[in-house]
Design a protein around this ligand. Structure first.
Ligand code: CS2
Length: 492
């Protein structure tokens, strides 16, 4: 018997482990996925695994755009891995079989482009994180000075970036008379379908104006709202899960029971019946997306910066502190909810209570440091859009602006005890330069960071109510620390 999870090991797994309910040899590739991280494997790949039993045409060829780590883990496992769903009630294990092959884009560029150009590939999906779109977070436009974009425009047939791969594959399909695939982004961007379409159209236009028109007129990019909390897998997870399976799984994924996927139904080349697995198809995703990005992700980022600074390792640890629960509840109720257009049939009260419970889930070790990553790419859609709406109606922004101030305090790279914070962000160098120049002065630091227009745009730095509140919070964070600032927080 094999000592590793793979096709041969499936039959011998213990009965409590669910496994693919279909013959994997009958599966054909219909989807190419870019960015094969934990989120994809706990979300879209699971919905797809569910529908595979009735329709085997939607196998996934998954590509890592950078690191070979996932390939190294999953290739010896025939693409199989374990999904662990954890809560206080316990752990349910299921082996997912929808990923047929993993490839590493930088070393198999041609294979990936060939798969994307194949007429059987009808959808290209993406989870490349916010920064993978190489766009300007404040405006949503392609960042034409981004090093990968500069590279891909110089060598369009040998791309590195997600937009570069997609546009080159679309060019080949057009040349061969193959209809374009649908591009489905599953990242937490604002109006994610529209954003990816804007980025792709501009990139294509720069390659060839006609290709730009083709992308604009012919390529469907439905928007989606995706939701499932998926912390990074730890070695303890690997050990525990391997112990139950009886064989090693190099990279299981651990998640919560909750999952949601809302998708605009615009798939000219067809799609899997993901609704059979619980996905919701709607005409307009925007109300769902606002609700999720502003309530869940806005709270998450606020918890991540304040929680980290207060010395809490995970979101659940932070939420064990009642003062943080109060802050997040009030942030959602008082400051975010009034900006939302209700999705049809949504019950916001239970949605928000469920969020609080999800954040408290002690079985998930979701590190505040992990969520704190890439703040420059996240703040605009999580906090700043809400702040703009509040400012324009003259409404209070006390808690939202505390979240922004906490981000500023965090990106100084020095914690409250004087230790180093490992700030991971595509703008780390620039953030560090501002922080070093500012010294421990709230006013100087805030002013320096407001000047980054890719984050704050031109309007927010010119709004004295916004800048004044952020500076005041930042001064308190310096003076009192995050824990005390939160426990003594009073809405202005
Ligand atoms: C988190 C998200 O890491 C982060 O920034 O806020 O990954 C969050 O867990 C998901 O969006 C939940 O759906």
């Amino acid at each position: 018997m094999s000592d590793r999870l793979n096709d041969d090991a499936l039959a011998d797994l213990p009965g409590r482990v669910q496994r693919p309910a279909y013959d994997r040899t009958k599966v054909r590739t219909g989807i190419v996925h870019l960015g094969v991280g934990a989120f994809h494997r706990a979300h879209q790949a699971v919905y797809t695994d569910d529908v595979m039993a009735t329709d085997p045409h939607w196998g996934i060829l998954a590509a890592s755009l950078r690191s070979p780590d996932t390939y190294d883990a999953l290739q010896p496992q025939d693409g199989l891995y374990t999904l662990s769903v954890r809560s206080q009630e316990g752990e349910a294990l299921r082996v997912i079989g929808s990923i047929q092959r993993v490839i590493v884009a930088p070393r198999e560029t041609d294979d990936l482009l060939e798969a994307m150009s194949d007429p059987h590939t009808r959808i290209v999906t993406l989870t490349v994180t916010e920064k993978g779109y190489c766009h300007d977070p404040a405006t949503g436009a392609l960042n034409e000075a981004h090093p990968d974009i500069v590279h891909d425009l110089a060598y369009p047939m040998n791309p590195k970036s997600a937009p570069g791969f997609i546009v080159e594959a679309l060019r080949r399909r057009r040349m061969n008379g193959v209809p374009p695939f649908t591009v489905l982004t599953c990242d937490n961007l604002p109006s994610n379908g529209r954003t990816v379409k804007r980025v792709l159209t501009r990139f294509a236009e720069l390659v060839d104006p006609e290709l730009g028109r083709f992308v604009n007129d012919e390529v469907s990019c439905p928007s989606t709202m995706v939701d499932r909390i998926v912390p990074a897998t730890s070695d303890q997870d690997r050990e525990r899960i391997g112990g139950v399976l009886g064989v090693a799984d190099a990279w299981p994924v651990v998640t919560e029971p909750f999952t949601q996927w809302v998708i605009e139904d615009r798939f000219p080349q067809g799609r899997p019946a993901w609704e059979a697995a619980g996905a919701e198809f709607v005409d307009d995703v925007e109300p769902y997306e606002h609700m999720k990005l502003r309530l869940l992700n806005g709270s998450h980022s606020t918890l991540a910066y304040l929680g980290y600074l207060a010395g809490y390792e995970t979101v659940a640890d932070t939420m064990a502190d009642e003062a943080f629960v109060r802050l997040i509840r009030d942030l959602m109720d008082e400051e975010v909810t009034p900006t939302l257009h209700m999705p049809p049939g949504a019950d916001l009260t239970s949605y928000k209570s469920a969020l609080i419970e999800r954040f408290k889930n002690p079985a998930l070790k979701h590190r505040t440091w992990q969520i704190a990553m890439d703040g420059s790419q996240k703040l605009p859609q999580r906090l700043l859009g809400t702040i703009r709406d509040r400012l324009s109606s003259g409404a209070p922004i006390g808690r939202l602006s505390l979240g922004v101030a906490a981000w500023m305090r965090y990106v100084t790279g020095i914690d409250e005890k004087g230790g180093a914070i490992e700030v991971r962000d595509p703008m780390t160098a620039r953030l560090r330069e501002v922080a070093d120049g500012a010294g421990p002065s709230a006013e100087n630091l805030a002013r320096g960071l407001f000047a980054i227009r890719e984050i704050f745009g031109d309007d927010l730095p010119a709004d004295s109510r916004f800048t004044g509140e952020v500076v005041a919070h930042l001064a308190r964070l310096y003076e009192l620390g995050a824990k005390h600032t939160v426990s003594t927080f009073k809405a202005g």
